[in-house]
Ligand binder design. Structure first.
Ligand SMILES: [Fe+2]
Ligand SMILES: [Fe+2]
Length: 384
């Protein structure tokens, strides 16, 4: 039985089944010049939080100072990319020895691993977009650029912590010599120019549910690239990815704590937000990725990540299940009728996603996996 009010037709898989992954590229601009009668897409919803709820976030400022800001690490206690990279201040031959050692360690890692690592790095490098996204949220945005509100302090410091992730992975990839840096740099520029639309509607309820989900997704993904690096013979890269993963875990904890508090002070409002976002599906932050050549670059990268087990549609269901447990959604009380319907929808969703994914996996097994060229690895082909 479907839950009233939520779209029963929604497919929840963020990765398209293989059968759809290798469709011809998007139509050329000329084709779009033809007259069509397609109705224009609905206007995106904005500022969906009722204005009076801004007060909820105002009233939580002291709580945020005491419970969220302590999850940041002081700069002096943070790792920096240079801690993991060859030291350029050494005599030149010692420096090049370190670079040689780095290259020898990556020799056992295959191209598909590098494609996933590059995709992860590009996702991290679009950090300006994520800071912007959080600053679209009503009631928690940084009003001046250096506001002393705890929400603004969190956003700036979180951004500063995250900024190291892309920097470190980028420098590592550059030194590895295994990837086409020019194509990677173009992809980053395209991606930051394109932005993202996670459907959070300037609404911090939706925004913090989204970030809770995403931080856990990145924790899983970096954790798996760490594991594969170790198995592939590169303990330093394993430590790099593992260290980034542990930052993501701390960030996940902060965002999940905020949603937990919202569930306490406004259970129906928070429950409805979780259901709304899950009904829309969680879009991945780099979903608008493009390198100037492959219009389906994100789907192709995601398919390789799925095949390697770095981030899969099963992880999507696992994250949802984890958050349902973390937030105690099954036992949440004090909900209105609408809130209870949202609760029923969210709590029943993970098994449905798994069933759909199993069907998609079975269908995919019957198809020959397509070969796709990745510009990031000098147009070498990979099977999806
Ligand atoms: Fe990150
Ligand atoms: Fe993160």
């Amino acid at each position: 039985m479907e839950t009233e009010g939520f779209n029963s037709q929604t497919t929840f898989l963020f990765i398209p089944p293989r059968s759809q992954q290798c469709q011809p590229p998007h139509k050329s601009q000329n084709q779009f010049k033809r007259k069509t009668h397609t109705p224009s897409p609905p206007k995106p919803k904005t500022h969906s939080m009722p204005p009076e709820k801004v007060e909820v976030f105002k009233s939580l400022e002291t709580w945020a100072t005491n419970n969220v800001l302590p999850l940041l690490k002081p700069v002096e206690k943070c790792w920096q990319p240079q801690d993991f990279l060859p030291d350029p201040t050494l005599p030149f031959s010692d420096f090049t020895d370190q670079v040689r050692a780095l290259r020898e360690r990556t020799a056992g890692l295959p191209d598909d691993y590098f494609v996933v690592l590059v995709g992860d790095m590009i996702t991290e490098d679009a950090i300006p977009t994520y800071q912007t996204m959080i600053n679209t949220l009503d009631g928690v945005r940084d009003e001046t650029g250096a506001s002393s509100s705890p929400w603004a302090i969190w956003n700036r410091s979180w951004t500063a912590e995250e900024n190291r992730h892309g920097d470190l992975l980028r420098s590592f990839l550059y030194l590895s010599g295994r990837v086409d840096m020019l194509m990677i740099e173009k992809t980053v520029q395209y991606l930051i120019s394109a932005g993202m639309d996670p459907g959070t509607e300037n609404n911090p309820y939706l925004g913090f549910v989204y970030t809770s989900f995403q931080e856990r997704a990145t924790f899983i993904s970096h954790g798996n690239t760490a594991r594969l690096a170790k198995e592939g013979g590169d303990p330093v890269l394993a430590r790099i990815c593992g260290t980034i993963a542990s930052d993501e875990k701390r960030h996940e904890n902060a965002y999940a704590r905020i949603v937990e508090k919202l569930l306490e002070v406004d259970p129906t409002g928070a429950m409805m937000a979780i259901a709304d976002l899950m009904n829309k599906k969680i879009t991945m932050p780099a979903h608008l990725m493009y390198d100037g050549h492959d219009p389906r670059l994100f789907a192709h990268f995601a398919a390789v990540a799925q095949r390697l087990g770095v981030y899969t549609a099963h992880d999507y269901a696992d994250i949802l299940e984890f958050l349902v447990g973390r937030w105690g959604l099954e036992k949440l009380e004090g909900l209105t009728g609408e809130g209870r319907r949202a609760q029923e929808f969210v709590c029943g969703l993970a098994p449905r996603i798994r069933r759909l994914q199993e069907l998609a996996d079975q269908r995919a097994k019957k198809l020959k996996p397509p070969l796709v060229k990745f510009s990031w690895i000098f147009n070498r082909e990979l099977s999806l």
